[in-house]
Every structure is written in structure tokens, then in C-alpha cells.
Design a protein around this ligand. Structure first.
Ligand SMILES: NC(=O)c1ccc[n+]([C@@H]2O[C@H](COP(=O)([O-])OP(=O)(O)OC[C@H]3O[C@@H](n4cnc5c(N)ncnc54)[C@H](O)[C@@H]3O)[C@@H](O)[C@H]2O)c1
Length: 359
């Protein structure tokens, strides 16, 4: 594992353009990059209320530009003016159920938004490292036991998954057409995509996500309602994925042509767990709460079985998952308990958990 000191040496003074900085992963990333001494410019919609970004007063940690990823002109100007060393693209409509309600919007944001950002990246004059955050749901899901590898077919039953598979195809096309590794000396741009599984961690307040659902129900003294208790997902702590994104930027900087590729980030094979297991562990950790299963007629399709093969990240990047599922759940519930029950500062808790992860 690259140490905290090595991360700091690399990121100090780096100009990082982070789309989706007001979101859940974006807020954790903003705290981490800020603590590493990077100069962060964020581009996203206003933070939701409540949100981790608000809780940590993210505006004090980065230069925040509020804009729509579909607004190509605004995005071009922002990137051209900032001239980033590194671009992390996290802005997205990331919710599976929301995408059923707003499929066209989801395709516009996730697929065309990616193209808009990559157009903007053409305006960076020097060396630039781009990491496009997609998802484990980009694979054509065969509902089988085998974990997906980076060279498996892309697909997407539901609009969210399909829109992210589109973002992968857009990225691959830009990599072939405009940022081809064989012409690196000319354009100096390297482009990778990262496919992480569902992440958990403190400070997530999104609707229809399992941890916020648990926190809301337990805090209100209600039962947690589960739609798909037996669904299996490669859950991991948000810091595992973010550490992968930081490490990949270092590797791409060292060897841009070699690492301009796709990488899975997820738990090791036998660590994929069911929704029911996650909820039982979380309730156990909290010390109170209970759950019930409520499957409604006409329930929308969501993948039931999804595992990732992360051997490429392990072998090529030397990235290893650090916290097992139980530890990830422990740290997550600890975050909420410290914030809600003990009234501690969300920023302090977040920083302390980053330190704990690195130690
Ligand atoms: N959370 C997970 O478990 C998970 C798993 C796999 C992949 N991902 C991916 O990671 C990224 C971040 O996810 P998250 O969980 O932080 O989501 P989030 O909903 O918390 O944050 C989304 C971010 O995107 C921004 N955004 C949304 N629509 C936008 C638009 N039209 N223009 C500009 N910005 C816009 C929001 O303002 C916010 O900053 C997404 O690309 C998501 O698909 C998340």
C-alpha cells in the first residue's frame, strides 16, 4: 500500500478538477484531496440537503463551481481556465430507481455529460490524467456466480446501468480517437475508467440506498424495509474505492500509456455479501433496530447477483482492499453514531477515518 506520506508527496500542489464534488463520494474525495495538499476545483450541482458536503462545509475545502455537466460551454470554460493536472469525473445521476423515472435525463447526464467533459479535457495544454468513475453495473449481468472482469461484455438492463456502459464506450472512443496511448507524446493525456461496486460510508443521505435507509429508520425508531434481502453486491467502504482512484492517478502519472485502461475495484471474491447480512451487521453494530421484507407487486428490475474480479487492480496497480465487509460496516455505523449520538464534527470524523484507513 502506498503510504499517506507518499500520497501527500504526489498530490501536494496538484490541480485536481473533480466533478460531482458535492455528492457522497465527491465529498469524501474533497476532504481527502484537501488533506493531501491538492488544489481542488469542483464542478457539480448544488449539494443536496442534507448531505455530507454540507455537513463538512465543503466550500471551505475547494473552489466550488455550481454547474450542469450538460452545459458544455460552462464546462469547457471551467476546465480551460483551471488547466488541471488530474480530472476525476464523478458527476452522474447515480440512482437505479431514479433512472427508471428519468431515463432520458440519466442518459444525458451520464453519457453525454462524459463526452462534454472529455471535450473539455482537450483544452488542457500540458500533461493530464483523467479518471472516469463508472460502476460495476456496466457489465452485461448474467446473474451468475462468476465475478466480472474488465474484458467482459458491457451491457445494462436498466437505464442507469446502460447509461454508465455508454459512459464506458464514450471513454473508450475518446481514448482511441483523441487520447490514443500511441500518440501520448503529442496530446499528453491518459484516460482510465474505474468500475467500483456499491460503496458504504458515513455521511450518505441519498434516498433508496441501504445505509441511509437504515440510519433514517433506526434513528426514527422504525423498522428498516428491504426490497431485495437476498441480493448480493460487492460492497466496500468508500475509502477503498477512493484509495484506488488516488493510486491509479499515481500509476498513470508514472506510466501514462500502460495504465490508460479500465479497472475494477471491489472486495475480494468471498467478501460479496447479501443485503440482509449487511443490514443485520449494521443493526448489530448500532445496538438497536430491526428490519422487515416488503416486496411489492410490479417491483422494478434490479440485479440480484453481482460480483467483481479485481485481480487486474491487485496485480497491476498493487491495490488491495483493506477493510473486510464487517470492518467497513463498523466504520460506517461508527461515523453516524459519532455524528448523531455524540454530536461530533462530521469533518473531524471523516478526517479521522481517512487516517485510520491509512494507518
Ligand atoms: N455510491 C455508490 O455506491 C456508487 C457505486 C458505483 C459507482 N458510483 C458512481 O460514483 C459516482 C459518485 O456517486 P455518488 O454516490 O457520490 O453519487 P451522489 O448522488 O452522492 O453524487 C452525484 C454528484 O453528481 C452531481 N451531479 C448530478 N447530476 C449532475 C448534473 N446534471 N450536472 C452536474 N453534476 C451533477 C451531483 O451534484 C453530485 O455532486 C457516480 O458516477 C456514480 O455513478 C457510485
Amino acid at each position: 500500500m502506498v503510504t499517506g506520506t507518499e500520497l501527500k508527496e504526489f498530490f501536494t500542489g496538484k490541480k485536481v478538477f473533480l466533478t460531482g464534488h458535492t455528492g457522497f463520494k465527491g465529498a469524501w474525495m474533497t476532504v481527502w484531496l484537501n488533506s493531501l495538499g491538492a488544489e481542488v476545483k469542483g464542478y457539480a450541482l448544488e449539494a443536496e440537503k442534507p448531505s455530507l458536503y454540507q455537513d463538512i462545509n465543503g466550500d471551505a475545502l475547494c473552489e466550488s463551481l455550481i454547474g450542469d455537466i450538460r452545459n458544455q460551454q460552462k464546462l469547457l470554460e471551467a476546465v480551460q481556465q483551471f488547466q488541471p493536472d488530474i480530472i476525476y469525473h464523478m458527476a452522474a445521476q447515480p440512482l437505479v430507481l431514479d433512472a427508471y423515472d428519468r431515463p432520458v435525463y440519466t442518459f444525458e447526464v451520464n453519457a453525454i455529460g462524459t463526452a462534454n467533459l472529455l471535450e473539455a479535457a482537450k483544452l488542457v495544454q500540458g500533461k493530464c490524467t483523467i479518471i472516469n468513475i463508472t460502476t460495476d453495473k456496466v457489465y452485461e449481468n448474467k446473474e451468475w456466480y462468476y465475478p466480472y472482469r474488465e474484458n467482459d461484455h458491457l451491457g445494462g438492463y436498466d437505464p442507469y446501468s446502460a447509461s454508465k456502459a455508454c459512459a464506458e464506450i464514450v471513454s473508450a472512443s475518446y481514448r482511441s480517437s483523441f487520447f490514443n496511448p500511441k500518440d501520448y507524446a503529442v496530446h499528453q493525456t491518459s484516460l482510465a475508467t474505474v468500475r467500483a461496486g456499491n460503496v458504504i460510508g458515513g455521511g450518505d443521505w441519498a434516498e433508496n440506498r441501504i445505509i441511509p435507509d437504515i440510519v433514517r429508520a433506526v434513528s426514527a425508531g422504525k423498522e428498516v424495509t428491504l426490497r431485495n434481502p437476498n441480493a448480493v453486491r460487492p460492497w466496500q467502504h468508500v475509502l477503498e474505492a477512493l484509495y484506488g482512484y488516488l493510486l491509479l492517478a499515481i500509476r498513470m502519472d508514472e506510466n501514462p500509456t500502460r495504465f490508460s485502461a479500465a479497472y475494477n475495484f471491489g472486495p475480494l471474491f468471498d467478501e460479496s455479501i447479501s443485503v440482509a447480512f449487511l443490514v443485520e451487521q449494521a443493526i448489530d453494530e448500532w445496538g438497536r433496530g430491526s428490519y422487515k421484507v416488503e416486496q411489492q407487486a410490479g417491483q422494478l428490475h434490479e440485479a440480484k447477483l453481482l460480483r467483481l474480479d479485481c485481480s487486474k487492480a491487485v496485480n497491476e496497480l498493487k491495490w488491495y482492499p483493506k477493510w473486510q465487509a464487517k470492518q467497513a460496516i463498523q466504520h460506517t455505523i461508527k461515523w453516524y453514531k459519532e455524528a448523531l449520538d455524540k454530536n461530533q464534527s462530521p469533518l473531524d470524523i471523516t478526517r479521522a477515518q481517512i487516517q485510520a484507513y491509512l494507518s
